[in-house]
Design a protein around this ligand. Structure first.
Ligand code: C5P
Length: 314
């Protein structure tokens, strides 16, 4: 394999590329039984929401692959090769016979280890940024393949919008969706996704776990942009497991519902909690009440769906 460095002299390459990438909330997370490979089949209805990380790729000296991070959660982000942004650069470079010489800077605004796919978002953004920086010209199909290799949620971070993820979440079908408004309550500390799935297995041991299926009523409410109807259908099968590991989240869910949220649920594997609200005014009110309740670390408001990873002018 050639080890020609990914220099900006390659045809179609750029000096610096920044990609903006959104967080996600799962409006339905139906979880099946553990598979022989340890993963769980899912019916995972993703919605991309307007909290963003920005990943900037700039050329680095031969043999150098570095990651830096700024933003409110920067101190919680691993900067080694375990970071999905670094792994994305390595996978793309390996496929194209390049050396992954790049500096990746993550401007992080998506909560870390919060169930909002922040790490996955950085993987998808870094992939797109390196593809443009190195002029590799990977097809959309190839990018999606690399995303699936990086993690179950990474393909969705690339495509954004609203989508149904099946398999372990990586096989995506785009869904029509109106705009919905959300409040997110950030918890003290994080939850490990594998630990939450293990707790799901423990809690469901000895009981039959049905095959996961998308809810027709939920998909209809999503397409209609009807928050009241969506509120009645939101479901996260990982919620009992997340609450078992982080019982304090129950008080956060209650505080948001008491303040006027239409519905409340744990976001993905948690511990971020998500509150569906009818409009931005109610979002501000619910966010204030959640902060005053002392049951969370901070709140963020957002709307979705929004587009997936997108290059932005620098
Ligand atoms: O795919 P990803 O690396 O993000 O998954 C992290 C962990 O979450 C997996 O190692 C597995 O423990 C769990 N997981 C799962 N079933 C899925 C997705 C993730 O059990 N469909």
């Amino acid at each position: 394999m050639s080890t020609a460095p990914g220099t900006p002299e390659a045809p179609g390459a750029a000096r610096q590329v920044t990609v903006r990438v959104p967080a996600k909330v799962n409006v339905q997370l139906a979880v099946g039984a553990a598979r022989p490979d340890g993963f769980h089949d899912l019916a995972n209805v993703f919605l991309a929401v307007s909290l963003y990380d920005r990943v900037t790729a700039t050329p680095a000296a031969p043999g150098e692959l570095t990651v830096t991070c700024s933003g409110p959660y920067a101190d919680q982000v691993p900067l080694d090769r375990g970071n999905l942004a670094a792994r994305a650069a390595e996978l793309l470079a390996a496929r194209h016979g390049l050396s992954p010489d790049v500096h990746l800077h993550i401007d992080k605004d998506i909560p870390v280890a919060g169930g909002m796919a922040g790490g996955s978002a950085d993987g998808a953004a870094a992939l797109l940024a390196c593809d443009a920086l190195w002029g590799t010209g990977a097809s959309r199909e190839e990018l999606l393949e690399i995303c699936a290799e990086l993690g179950s949620d990474v393909p969705f971070s690339l495509v954004g919008g609203a989508a149904l993820g099946t398999g372990r979440g990586e096989h995506l079908t785009a869904l029509p969706a109106g705009t919905f408004h959300w409040v997110f309550a950030l918890a003290h500390g994080g939850l490990s996704t594998p630990a939450v799935f293990r707790e799901f297995d423990r809690l469901t041991e000895g009981t039959p776990v049905p095959a996961p299926e998308a809810s027709p009523a939920l998909l209809a409410a999503l397409a209609a942009g009807d928050p009241e109807a969506l509120a009645g259908t939101l479901v996260n099968d990982l919620q009992p497991a997340a609450l078992s590991l982080a019982p304090g989240l129950a008080a956060t869910l209650d505080a948001g519902l008491g303040a006027g949220a239409l519905a409340a649920l744990v976001s993905g594997s948690g511990p971020t909690t998500a509150f569906l609200v009818p409009d931005p005014e109610t979002a501000a009110k619910v966010a204030d009440a959640l902060e005053a309740s002392g049951t969370c670390r901070a709140t963020r408001t957002a709307h979705g769906p929004v587009p997936g990873a997108t290059p932005v002018p620098t």
